[in-house]
Design a binder for this molecule. Structure first.
Ligand SMILES: Nc1ncnc2c1ncn2[C@@H]1O[C@H](COP(=O)(O)OP(=O)(O)OP(=O)(O)O)[C@@H](O)[C@H]1O
Length: 238
């Protein structure tokens, strides 16, 4: 479970996260939406200690991130906006194995995790491919596999559909549904609510560093349609 309590974060003098308290349960699929610069990425970077709060706290599975950063990073995996920057190895196999290797697992366990993760994202056949030669959609899936191999409780995906064509987007949607069905908690930050609205449990709307609304997709769409919030396509509100 991820909890934030009165979370506050500033860059220089500018407050970007302004007192956010929220709880995300295990196995829950949450989508975080909001205008550019509203603080979505900064918020999720707190979930595994990539940002340090000015005040307030982030608690993962009952333990403050500040007390056990490794536990937080093991429990909450992060797939970044630009997967290319996430790769640490020359081949898909080595890249996906990198995290489990750092956990000190046995060769057999690492092999199982790499095979399972690549199978889940549908890339078993790309195992020996070079990461530099992947398409955008494949890169996105390898980045997810790398996080998946760590077997986190929650995976944060920041703009997982950005720059993908329709077929790659559909493929990522399928993979996310598979993960959710397997009980992995997902936190998706996206401007493309349409891509996930039929799958998620909860929508959180961020405005100027605060939670403006949170609720089920149905209730959130009602809220969005009665507030002049220009952050989702009108077609999904009708
Ligand atoms: N490292 C940083 N240093 C200074 N300011 C930053 C930094 N990262 C983000 N900001 C600023 O903080 C604000 C919130 O940024 P953040 O990336 O969290 O918003 P966002 O809602 O994810 O935006 P987007 O939808 O454009 O990705 C923005 O004004 C941004 O310019």
């Amino acid at each position: 479970m991820i909890e934030t309590i009165a979370l506050q974060h500033s860059y220089d003098e500018t407050t970007v996260i302004d007192g956010i308290s929220l709880t995300i349960d295990d196995g829950e699929w949450v989508v975080i939406i909001g205008a550019n610069g509203s603080g979505k990425t900064t918020l999720v970077r707190h979930f595994n200690g990539l940002c340090t709060p000015d005040s307030g706290s982030v608690i993962i599975n009952g333990t403050p991130v500040s007390a056990n950063l490794l536990a937080a990073r093991t429990a909450v995996g992060m797939v970044f906006q630009t997967p290319r920057d996430q790769f640490v190895a020359a081949t898909v196999e080595a890249d996906v194995a990198f995290g489990p290797e750092n956990l000190g697992l046995s060769h057999a366990d690492i092999e199982t995790r790499v095979s399972d993760a690549l199978a889940t994202v549908g890339l078993s056949e790309c195992r020996h491919a070079r990461t530099s030669e992947l398409s955008g959609g494949e890169r996105a899936r390898v980045a997810i596999a790398g996080v998946l191999a760590m077997r986190p409780d929650h995976i944060v995906l920041d703009e997982p559909f950005a720059g993908l064509d329709l077929s790659a987007r559909a493929s990522i949607q399928d993979r996310l549904r598979t993960l959710a069905a397997n009980g992995t908690g997902l936190i998706t930050v996206t401007h493309d609510l349409e891509a996930v609205i039929n799958d998620v449990d909860r929508i959180i709307v961020i405005q100027e560093g605060q939670i403006a609304y949170e609720g089920s997709p149905t209730s959130a769409c009602q809220w969005l349609s009665t507030h002049s919030v220009d952050i989702v396509s009108p077609s999904i509100l009708s």
